[in-house]
Write a protein that binds this ligand. Structure first.
Ligand code: ISJ
Length: 101
């Protein structure tokens, strides 16, 4: 493939053509804002659920961490690569809350 072919076949965002209009970007930003609020809501709920389970287990004399379950959580986010791992680790850490300190 020569340089000219490359240029012709290149993605729209590299050809000088805008891929989304200003209106579309405004709409997409609204979607991002909504997605962030949903993600935050779900993360907060996850923290609540994780802490409830952790507190119950510790009250019953169990361990703070269940290694196998945490490995399953890490595996779930593996498709996102190293950032996915960090995200999973942050979720696990948030769930530990005071229990994790
Ligand atoms: C929520 C639990 O407790 C802890 C928290 C986990 C989590 O936040 O996903 C997973 C395993 C445990 O270390 C559980 O055992 O399921």
């Amino acid at each position: 493939m020569n340089a000219q072919t490359n240029e012709k076949d290149s993605a729209p965002e590299t050809s000088g053509e805008p891929v989304a209009s200003a209106e579309e970007i405004a709409e997409l930003r609204k979607e991002i804002d909504w997605l962030d609020s949903e993600i935050l809501r779900l993360v907060k709920r996850r923290v609540e659920v994780s802490q409830t389970i952790g507190a119950a287990r510790m009250a019953a004399g169990g361990t703070r961490i269940v290694y196998n379950r945490e490995m399953d959580v890490l595996a779930r986010y593996r498709e996102l690569g190293p950032d996915g791992r960090q995200l999973a680790m942050a979720l696990l850490q948030l769930g530990r809350g005071r229990l994790g300190r």
